[in-house]
Design a protein around this ligand. Structure first.
Ligand SMILES: [Zn+2]
Length: 310
């Protein structure tokens, strides 16, 4: 979409990397307010001559807040004149009839601003997700990697023709809540996300919210004596479980080591490093796995930027 592409250029956004939508809103001095709301995702409140106000429901998961923010940025960037109360974001493109034109345009802007084709393609390649075999968990993790909601990600994959209509409608039958519980060994995660990281995530930057769950699953060959050890643990990265997934020894002599961690309030930007080593050989180091963690604070209430006092 042309306008989102123009906005990327104007705001210096790299379209193959996760888009910092709140950073852009902060840079342009938009009046963004977070409030716990009941029935709407957010709102766009044009004010005539001065900067419009944007409202975001802080009860929503971070990915949905980010997509709502991108949708509201669409209204703002395109200079829409009419108040918009978002009863729905991430609506299904095939069901757009009856939705007014400003909404369709803002929604498309939001999708292409947060999920430009280059970012979708890069993320799919890095996570080794294939178009033909995309499962609900693949789409959920792809959405997390990009920082967009599950529903909006399915829509964008469809818009980009990365999914067939039948695949999209099948994926829409699965709710993020159900997918998260499945990834989290049937434990409820509430509005928090579950980051399931495997070898494909090595070297990635991730943006989990405080209190998200991070599960790292890496292969081990017991007969080799090599085992994964946490080499560098970021502050606030609290390991809850350290064990093996499923059967002790799986087919082919490979088993899956699993670390389960939660991000606590004092989490800071830093690197998590795991090393595969033989515990009795201090210096012999095998493979390494690392991710850069950028903890995201979920705002309950208040402005993204304080309004300037004249
Ligand atoms: Zn809208």
């Amino acid at each position: 979409m042309g306008a989102a592409h123009r906005a990327h250029k104007e705001f210096g956004v790299n379209p193959s990397m996760r888009v910092d939508v709140f950073g852009v809103l902060r840079d342009i001095g938009a009046f963004v307010f977070f409030r716990p709301l009941r029935s709407i995702y957010g709102a766009y409140l044009p004010t005539g001559d001065s900067m419009p106000g944007l409202l975001i429901n802080s009860n929503l998961p971070l990915s949905v807040q980010r997509f709502t923010a991108a949708h509201e940025l669409g209204h703002l960037y395109l200079g829409h004149k009419i108040v918009s109360l978002e009863r729905e974001v991430g609506f299904v493109p095939e069901e757009r009839s009856g939705v007014d034109n400003d909404e369709v345009v803002a929604e498309a802007f939001g999708a292409f601003f947060l999920m430009p084709k280059a970012l979708v393609a890069t993320s799919m390649r890095e996570l080794r997700i294939e178009k033909e075999t995309m499962a609900p968990a693949d789409v959920y993790l792809l959405a997390l990697r990009m920082g967009a909601s599950y529903a909006a990600t399915i829509n964008q994959l469809r818009t980009l023709r990365f999914l067939r209509p039948t695949q999209a409608s099948e994926l829409r039958k699965h709710a993020p809540k159900e997918i998260k519980e499945e990834l989290n060994n049937e434990k409820a995660a509430g509005r928090h996300d579950v980051w399931l990281l495997n070898e494909n995530w090595d070297g990635q930057e991730i943006y989990p919210a405080i209190r998200d769950t991070i599960r790292i699953r890496l292969e081990e060959t017991p007969t080799s004596g090599y085992t994964w050890l946490v080499q560098k643990r970021p502050r606030g990265f609290h390991v809850l479980e350290d064990g093996y997934k499923g059967e002790e020894t799986a087919i082919g002599g490979v088993r899956i080591r699993e670390f389960v961690a939660s991000l606590e309030d004092d989490a800071q930007e830093s690197e998590l490093v795991l090393r595969k080593a033989r515990p009795w050989e201090r210096d012999a180091v095998g493979a390494e796995f690392s991710v850069q963690i950028h903890p995201q604070e979920l705002r309950k209430t208040g402005p993204l930027v304080l309004p300037k006092i004249a």
